[in-house]
Design a protein around this ligand. Structure first.
Ligand code: FES
Ligand SMILES: [Fe+2]
Length: 403
C-alpha cells in the first residue's frame, strides 16, 4: 500500500478513536435469513459465483518450483493446478483421459509425473500424456489429443486464479478492478512463503463465514478474551470499489504512531488490512506475512461450508538465525492454532448458531447496523449479481416499528 494512503488511513483510525466514532453505512438494512438456507439460491451461487467465476486458489509461493501442484476439490469440478517446467502456472480438470479417474489425489506436493492410479496413464506438469502402459495392447491413440483437459489459469500480483469452466474467461482487470490492481503489487504477495494451511468444515452457510470478517463491532463481546487484547473493537476504515472492498482494522499498537514522525508510520503496526475479493476471498496482509481465507459452499447443503485458511510469511523471516529464528519458528508453529482459536472456535461457533436459528425459520429478517458497512456491501453485491432486488436502507420512519 502506498505510504501516503497508509498515513491517511491511520489518521482516519486515530480520528475515530479520539472521537469515539467509526465508519457509517448511512443507515440500517434488513437481510432475509433465507439467504443462508435457500437451496435454489445456493445452487445459483454455486453455478454463478463459483463455477462461472474465476477462483483464487492460492498464492504463487504455493507453486514455488516446477512440478509443484495443488488439487482443489471444493468446487464440483476436480482441479489440478501445477507449475510447469518453464515456470508457467497451469490448471487442468483432474480427471484421467482414459476412463475419468481422479489422477492426483494428494492435496499438494511436487512431482515430475502425475500417474493415474487406475491403469497408470501418466501426465507431465504441462498436462501432456507422457505414459500409456501396454500401448500396443491398448490400441493406437494420438497422445497429443489426450492431455489433461486445460482450464483457464492466470497468475497476477502473486495470486493464482483458475476458471473452473474450460470455456470460461479470466478477466482480472474486471475481477480485481483498477484499485486492487494498483494496490496489490505493493504487498509483494508473490514473494510470500507458505507456512501452514487449515480447513474448517462448519455447519453454517459460506456467507455467514464471510460475514464474520465484515465488522469489528463484535470484538469487545465475542473476542473479549482474545482479539480485543490487541485490537480496538468497533473502529475501522472501509472503502469499496465495485464488487470488492477493503477494511482496515485498528490494532492497539496504533498509539505508537502518535509519537513517531509520519514517515515511519506503518499500517501493519497500526492496523490489519482486510481485502475482500468477490466472491469468497479474504486477504489479510500483516507485518510478518499474510492470511488467505477462502469460503466454499457445500454443494447441496446451504447450511454447511468449508473455509480454507492459508498462512504465509515474508521471505526475509526464513533467513533469520539464532534466537530470532527460534522466535520465528515458535510463531510458525502457533499461527494456525492461534487463528483457529479465534476464527474457528469463536466466530464460526456464532456462524453455526446463526445457521441453527435460520434453519428453524426463527426470524424472517436480521439487521445490519450502520457500523457494519461491509455486510451491507457484499450482501448487496451478491443480490445484484443474481439480479435480485437489493434491500434498501431502512427508512428512518420504520425504525420505531418491529421489523
Ligand atoms: S482411468 Fe486413468 S489410467 Fe485408466
Ligand atoms: Fe471475529
Amino acid at each position: 500500500m502506498r505510504h501516503d494512503v497508509q498515513v491517511q488511513l491511520m489518521k482516519q483510525l486515530l480520528a475515530h478513536l479520539d472521537a469515539g466514532t467509526t465508519v457509517d453505512a448511512g443507515g440500517l438494512r434488513r437481510m432475509k435469513t433465507s439467504t443462508y438456507t435457500d437451496l435454489d439460491l445456493a445452487e445459483r451461487e454455486m453455478a454463478e459465483f463459483f463455477l462461472d467465476t474465476p477462483q483464487c486458489v492460492g498464492m504463487s509461493g504455493d507453486l514455488a518450483e516446477p512440478g509443484a501442484f495443488l488439487t482443489i476439490n471444493d468446487l464440483t469440478i476436480p482441479i489440478l493446478a501445477t507449475r510447469d517446467t518453464d515456470g508457467t502456472f497451469k490448471a487442468f480438470v483432474n480427471s484421467c483421459r482414459h476412463r475419468g479417474a481422479i489422477v492426483e489425489s494428494e492435496e499438494r506436493g511436487t512431482k515430475r509425473r502425475f500417474t493415474c492410479p487406475f491403469h497408470s496413464w501418466s501426465y507431465d506438469a504441462g498436462g501432456t500424456l507422457v505414459g500409456l502402459p501396454k500401448s500396443d495392447h491398448f490400441g493406437e491413440v494420438d497422445t497429443d489429443c489426450l492431455g489433461l483437459r486445460s482450464l483457464p489459469a492466470e497468475e497476477r500480483h502473486g495470486l493464482l486464479f483458475v476458471h473452473p469452466n474450460p470455456d470460461g474467461e479470466i478477466d482480472l482487470d474486471e475481477l480485481l478492478g483498477e484499485w486492487f490492481n494498483e494496490e496489490f503489487p505493493t504487498w509483494n504477495f508473490g514473494s510470500l512463503i507458505p507456512i501452514n494451511h487449515d480447513a474448517y468444515d462448519t455447519a453454517c452457510n459460506w456467507k455467514l463465514a464471510m460475514d464474520t470478517f465484515g465488522e469489528t463491532y463484535h470484538f469487545s463481546s465475542l473476542h473479549k478474551d482474545t482479539l480485543l487484547n490487541s485490537f480496538h473493537g468497533n473502529v475501522q476504515c472501509y472503502d469499496d470499489d465495485g464488487h470488492n472492498h477493503r477494511m482496515i482494522l485498528c490494532r492497539r499498537d496504533i498509539d505508537e504512531m502518535r509519537s513517531m514522525p509520519e514517515e515511519e508510520w506503518d499500517i501493519t503496526v497500526a492496523g490489519l488490512p482486510v481485502y475482500w475479493l468477490f466472491p469468497n476471498v479474504i486477504i489479510m496482509p500483516f507485518r510478518a506475512g499474510c492470511f488467505l481465507v477462502r469460503a466454499y459452499p457445500t454443494s447441496g447443503d446451504p447450511g454447511r461450508h468449508v473455509s480454507r485458511i492459508d498462512f504465509y510469511m515474508k521471505p526475509e523471516l526464513a533467513e533469520a538465525s539464532g534466537p530470532e529464528a527460534d522466535e520465528i519458528n515458535d510463531f510458525i508453529a502457533s499461527i494456525a492454532q492461534n487463528f483457529a482459536e479465534i476464527i474457528r472456535d469463536e466466530d464460526y461457533v456464532m456462524g453455526a448458531s446463526q445457521q441453527t436459528a435460520a434453519n428453524a425459520g426463527a426470524l424472517e429478517h436480521i439487521v445490519f447496523g450502520r457500523n457494519e458497512p461491509a455486510l451491507h456491501h457484499y450482501h448487496a453485491t451478491y443480490a445484484a449479481k443474481l439480479g435480485h432486488d437489493v434491500e434498501p436502507l431502512l427508512d428512518p420512519a420504520d425504525l420505531h416499528q418491529r421489523f
